[in-house]
Design a protein around this ligand. Structure first.
Ligand code: ADP
Length: 266
């Protein structure tokens, strides 16, 4: 994908990473990090070498979602230059702003500092050769998004939205950012999260708590596809809180299949 999207760049700091996939959303709390983590694990299950960069500087959740809280990446000198070694979870290299700030520390950084962090995570981290680097972006459109596309060639973007109208109008703004002349990142498709709820005692019923068809309509607007729909499931939330993503629960075939579908479509 080298040379694709992202506007002018100085060299390629990650020639050994075949695809860089940005996961974006308009609003926070729609499940962007949940999608990033479970999608990364599903791509790994499909045989890919996958890494995760949690670039959600304001609310990094990868450390909690992957059970890496309190751990710090090591810095090592390679040819005299300090390099950061990603941590590993479930066989996957992971970097997160959450590793470098304290859990309850307020993150008040201006644009240039934010850009600096993202650049550093891309240029000064020893990422192993990867088929996919999944980048969990902060919600909205801002400096982190811009510095990502200015530092590396982003293969494509995955948009995450809930089906509801307010999430959708923000998701359209996030989508439009990828189409800007200076950005030009192809939108691979849309993941609709929290699509419906099915109570255990009524397994054939779907309740569309957040409305319906939002993902479909965003896919249409972005000229891309609906990569998949993820229902609201308690174990997805619990898995995130416990550091054991729901995708890893081999017994939960329904959830696993939903994530696998997204991964195959990416
Ligand atoms: P974002 O990254 O967009 O801010 P998160 O991935 O952190 O959102 O998700 C917000 C909260 O919702 C988390 O507690 C997460 O576990 C929960 N969550 C996300 N998707 C689902 C889902 N499909 N079913 C149940 N809970 C979910």
């Amino acid at each position: 994908a080298a040379g694709q999207g992202g506007g002018p760049k100085k060299g390629n700091p990650l020639p050994h990473v075949r695809n860089i996939i940005a996961v974006a959303s308009g609003k926070g709390g729609v499940g962007k990090s949940t999608v990033s983590v479970n999608l990364a694990l599903a791509l790994q299950e499909l045989g890919g070498a996958v890494g995760l960069l949690d670039a959600d500087v304001y609310g990094p959740s990868a450390p909690t979602m992957l059970g890496l809280q309190g751990q710090k990446p090591k810095v090592e000198k390679i040819y005299g230059k300090p390099k950061i070694k990603p941590l590993f979870a479930y066989g996957m290299p992971v970097m997160s702003t959450g590793f470098v700030v304290e859990p309850e520390q307020a993150v008040v950084l201006r644009g240039p500092r934010l850009s600096g962090i993202i650049k550093q995570f891309l240029e000064e981290c020893v990422w192993p050769p990867l088929d996919y680097l999944i980048v969990d972006l902060p919600p909205g459109t801002g400096d982190v998004q811009l510095s990502l596309v200015q530092t590396v060639s982003v293969t494509g973007a995955v948009l995450v939205t809930t089906p509801q109208e307010v999430a959708l109008s923000d998701a359209i703004k996030a989508m439009n950012m990828f189409f800007l002349p200076d950005v030009q990142v192809p939108v691979l498709g849309v993941v609709e999260n929290m699509s419906w709820f099915t109570p255990a005692e009524l397994p054939d019923n779907k309740y569309y708590l957040f409305g319906k068809d939002g993902g479909k309509s965003l896919a249409k607007k972005s000229n891309s596809m609906l990569l998949g729909q993820i229902p609201i499931v308690q174990s997805i939330r619990e898995g995130g809180d416990d550091g054991k993503p729901a995708f890893l629960d081999k017994e939960n075939t329904l959830i696993r299949e939903a994530w696998m579908k997204v991964a195959k479509n990416v």
